[in-house]
Design a protein around this ligand. Structure first.
Ligand code: DND
Ligand code: ATP
Ligand code: GLN
Length: 586
């Protein structure tokens, strides 16, 4: 049986940076070649970054992607890497976009993979299954492929597939079995969700069984706006044995020698199969570069525990948002409470303490501990700490404008928002907002006040998970002999907005351990009132909570983006009308 040394390049491309991404492919192909690889794989749409959204509709962008692919093939050959076949994802089109008046049925933009060899594009494949749920809108952008591409590489037949193709039974993997391939390559842009790794692994195993072939699964790593990609690339044997698995949340070259069946027949051209799917066969001609040295064994990295995994996802999501948008630093308000403490700790982990500014902005309602806890956090993490009292500014407003009650409460949050934006304008920091998913759900924040900001690292984190993360981060630091970043006081104290004397969240909201399960059922689970009451929640509390959630849609629609970690994050995963008279309690 032939042995192929596979190199799965789990890389971090940037959307729109065609030259930078092509450079990434060249550098990682060089690394793979130096390690004796014989087939190198890059993730879905590596050349353009993923997802590119409505850039697909720009013919200039499509043309740039097509040109970049041809140039990449030539550059790899010029680099002396032409003998090494490289599979890379890119944006292609074989007609005008579907939305244009001159669209032709069955033609348009394509989510594509190409095989590059000896300076040429020797084969292409168009994604068959276009995800159109959750955060994905691929029916809006792409025309599905209808052909299976099989490339003979080193005497082994290799089928190409792209991401969602893996998630559907009876598709290209089934046809790959009929085509008798030895290896199915799947290139992915599969966003992180908590526990998705537990779904992906058995899924890859099922597809390996369906194809009767080894499956090489390469996923991208890094963040793009609200999505974070965790990698978790792997190679699964045809018999369901996990052969190699890459670490999550880091760039990684997964190298592994795989024994694969020799191709049974001479390379054909275009064939017709029972299911009606066309097969296009191509060949990477000539001998592959030899795989020198010892046998390459990729190793198997076990995924991290839940809190560690979420923490890493949030750190990567924040770091890539800040760096890819070229911010030198971030600024946030430090109240001494748990949310701002966790966001500060995440920021320091993502960017280092020198790139994080924390501002305590006490008012007349701020407790002594709010300042002490903020200062303690700053000492523990080493971030750039500042104190900017807000009472004189609030008083000036009140001397000029007659306000009372909630208007005065919100004024304090808004003065803080103005200060943070002023520091951003003056010093260039990105403002981080700190509302957790529970607060976003019920609208417990001041519009243009504490909700001010360009990015929200904990937007998709329920309050009860914020506490768990804080405890996990501190315990993890202690385990490593480091100073736990989050003051115990911030974890232990009852949550309060401190906008009026003695105010506590529990004056307005149910306790978070009652609130969160209702919200999880309603938001993540799409349960209605009856379903929530059936699962044991108090009907009066359910009515109160659902009303708050329904009437806060306008706040969410204006909220900052933030890293998705759940199966249903606010934003694209959950699209509801703002003007909406439907109420669950009638
Ligand atoms: N459908 C709609 N479409 C567009 N805009 C709409 C709207 N309905 C109201 N509005 C606007 O929104 C305004 C009301 O929103 P807003 O001004 O924010 O005020 P509001 O939501 O009434 O009050 C803020 C609440 O959040 C709490 N809070 C504030 C700050 C921090 C925290 C915390 O612990 O984290 C909690 C605070 O205690 C209070 O209960 C209205 O005056 C109106 O201008
Ligand atoms: N005294 C303060 N100084 C600086 N920032 C503040 C202050 N009070 C509130 N903020 C900012 O506004 C956000 C909302 O805080 P608030 O205390 O009202 O509620 P919270 O959601 O419980 O947040 P936290 O747990 O961080 O206190 C805080 O996370 C912080 O960024
Ligand atoms: N890019 C894709 O096709 C992703 C869809 C797929 N179901 C996933 O999340 O992994």
């Amino acid at each position: 049986m032939p042995t192929l040394r596979l190199a799965l390049s789990q890389v971090n491309p940037s959307v729109g940076d065609l030259a930078g991404n092509a450079g990434l492919v060249r550098r990682w192909t060089r690394r793979a070649a130096d390690a004796g690889a014989q087939l190198v794989l890059f993730p879905e749409m590596t050349l353009t970054g993923y997802p590119v959204e409505d850039l697909v509709f720009r013919r200039s962008f499509v043309a740039a992607s097509q040109a970049a692919l041809r140039r990449l093939a030539a550059d790899l050959a010029a680099d002396g890497l032409g003998e090494l076949p490289v599979v890379v994802g890119y944006l292609d089109a074989d007609g005008p976009p579907q939305i244009s008046s001159d669209a032709q049925p069955g033609h348009g933009a394509r989510n594509a993979a190409a095989v590059l060899h000896r300076g040429e594009v020797v084969a292409t494949y168009f994604k068959h299954h276009l995800p159109n749920y959750g955060v994905f809108d691929e029916d809006r952008y792409f025309v599905p492929g209808d052909t299976l591409t099989v490339v003979r590489v080193g005497g082994v037949d290799v089928a190409l597939t792209i991401c969602e193709d893996l998630w559907q039974a009876g598709g290209p993997f089934a046809v790959a079995r009929q085509a008798g391939v030895g290896l199915v390559v799947t290139i992915n842009g599969s966003p992180y969700e908590l526990n998705k790794d537990d779904v992906r692994l058995p899924l890859v195993r099922r597809r390996a069984a369906e194809a009767g072939a080894t499956v090489a699964y390469v996923n991208m790593v890094g963040a793009q706006d609200e999505l974070v990609f965790e990698g978790d690339s792997m190679i699964m044997g045809a018999d369901g044995t996990l052969l190699a698995r890459a670490p999550q949340f880091v760039e990684h070259l997964l190298l592994h020698d795989v024994e694969l069946p020799a191709a049974p027949e001479p390379v054909g051209g275009v064939g017709e199969l029972e299911g009606g799917m066309r097969i296009v066969r191509a060949e990477v001609s000539g001998p592959l570069p030899p795989a020198p040295g010892e046998v390459a064994v990729g190793g198997i990295t076990e995924p991290a525990a839940d809190e560690a995994e979420v923490w890493q996802a949030l750190v990567l999501g924040l770091r890539d948002y800040v760096d890819k948008n070229r911010f030198p630093s971030v600024v946030l308000g430090l109240s001494g409470g748990i949310d701002s403490a966790v966001v500060a700790a995440l920021s320091v982990d993502a960017l280092g303490p020198d790139r994080v500014v924390g501002v305590s902005m006490p008012s007349q309602h701020s407790s002594e501990h709010s300042r002490e806890d903020a200062e303690n956090l700053a000492k523990r993490t080493g971030l750039d700490y500042r104190v900017q009292p807000i009472q004189p500014m609030v008083d000036t407003f009140l001397a000029n404008l007659s306000l009372s009650g909630l208007a005065v409460e919100n004024l304090q949050a808004r003065v803080r928002g103005v200060l943070l934006m002023a520091l951003s304008n003056q010093e260039g920091h990105l403002v981080l907002t700190t509302g957790n998913k529970s607060e976003l759900a019920v609208g417990y924040s001041t519009l243009y006040g504490d909700s001010v900001g360009g990015f929200n690292p904990i937007k998709d984190v329920w309050k009860t998970l914020v506490w768990r993360l804080a405890k996990w981060r501190n315990a993890d630091a202690a385990r490593r002999g480091e100073t736990p970043p989050i003051p115990e006081n911030s974890i232990g104290k009852p949550p309060s907005a401190e906008l009026s004397p003695g105010q506590l969240d529990s004056d307005t909201l149910p306790d978070y351990d009652v609130l969160d399960p209702i919200l999880i059922g309603y938001v993540d689970g799409d349960l209605g009132r009856a379903g929530l009451v059936e699962s044991g929640h108090d009907p009066a509390v359910v009515d109160h909570v659902l009303r708050m959630v329904d009437t806060a849609e306008y706040k969410r629609r204006q909220s900052a983006p933030g890293t998705k970690i759940s199966m249903k994050a606010f934003g694209r995963d959950r699209r509801l009308p703002i003007t909406n008279r439907w109420r669950e309690d009638g």
